[in-house]
Design a protein around this ligand. Sequence first.
Ligand code: HEM
Length: 511
Amino acid sequence: MISDIFKTTNLPLWAVFVLILSAGFLANLFLNRYKPGLRSIPGPFLASFTNLWRLIDVARGRHQDTLINLHRKYKSKLVRIGPNAVSVADPDAVRIIYGLKTGFSKTDFYKVQQNLSEGRPLENLFNTLRDDFHAAIRRPVANAYSLTSLLRYEPFVDTTSQFFLQRLDDLYASTGRVCDLGTWLQYYAFDVIGEMTFSKRLGFLETANDVGGIIADLEWRLTYFAWCGQMPFLDKFLVKSPIAVRLVPTNNVVRFTLGQVNERLAHPSDRQDFLGIFLKAKEEFPEVVNDRQVTSYSTTNVFAGSDTTAISLRSAIYHLLKDPPKLRKLVAEIDEVVGDRDCVQQPISFAEASKMPYLQAVIKEAMRIHPAVGLLIERYVPPAGCEIAGTWLPGGTKVGINPWVLHRNKEVYGQDADVFRPERWLEAEPERLKVMERSFLAFGSGSRTCIGRHISMLEMTKVIPQLLWAFEFELENPKATWDLRNYWFVRQTGLRVFIRRRKYGLSEQSH
Ligand code: HEM
């Protein structure tokens, strides 16, 4: 056949190949564009041909805004953002896509996130695609993350918070220097998770520095996940290519946690921190938990639990500082609960904080208006296909909800959905509240929901009142807005403040 074309056209062989390749490429684009089940879903024209559209848009760092605008522009619950990818904005779809036993599984976007350890991808709770493996590794440790286990971690949070406040007082309240509070909240979040996981602060607050380059490493890694995750086959040619694997067989964060695990193994102790629990799980479930799995659990704590918590803390503080009446309302609630005691020496307990309605509403609203995760929480439609928002989608389609899109849905949260207003959580009628709760995806939803959500709520509900009790914060430039960059997590920069003592040092003053 090829030789016939060659003879009749007198074309050189290479030109025939180029022609055939071009025809194949064009046919592929055409098939992408007119893929059954997806061809009638509105979306950017280019996106229906190639995932490059998605990759480029994600690389620009404001993908959450693009999706919010696209859903509003097309007035559609479904927007096609790739030849085989659909963004969904429908509260009723939450249960379908993320519900227990609905058969939707994580996509190869998560495979890219499997960091290398000794040359092999390290599957963990967060990034595994295999539901049976996920259930097997979740069972031995689930209890350690439950609400009832929280009391165990409160002292870890308290000691780190006290040190955090002392550092802010020494370096900023006492000197009048401007403080990059956003960065300090990140140091705090890393040190708390270090305390809880390894019984030691990782040294961020102490050194006021990026210890071991972990923050920088996570930053580039998240960027890589976000970009490469839009065209996951590229991973095999980049970080997981044979040459790259040989050059960097174990990545930085894994190496760091491996060091902590090895140190504990060399000096065994009966500490009830997460590492202690993971090592106990190794004894109780030897068929599932080996040394590699212990490292995997520990790495996940550091990876999934630090940046996300810092982002949510920043959101709460920033939005309060931008809206002084709301800040005053929260401070009044804190003062009432704390009374005469020193809130640094005797912090608000989790039990007390859980009964502070405005504080709870502020945290929830901070995570609604600025959820940490800023890309689709992607899943594959099961092989039999499925109807979502009135459209039948074929098996294997990538679907997902971007929390930013559902959180800004005006039908769910009202016409002021773009505004920070904690009161909405306190005023909503029970039926409306149910829909708002169902659409709240800051911690994901269903079978793969965040295992660390109680831990982060523990941190946030304790440290926010302590900070606001101890200090007054003032934005360096009250009119400026901060900068956002979405690389899987939507990280903020520019939360720069002046700090003044409010009640910090109360016990010293009374002596
Ligand atoms: C405010 C803080 C946090 C936010 C916003 C957050 C957000 C999320 C989200 C959206 C997911 C679902 C991801 C998906 O379905 O693809 C998730 C899963 C997960 N998170 Fe968190 N997270 C936070 C804190 C933590 C903490 C403190 C830890 C650990 C100590 C943690 C560990 C995990 C793990 C292990 C998973 C995977 C769970 C599974 O699939 O079984 N997270 N998180």
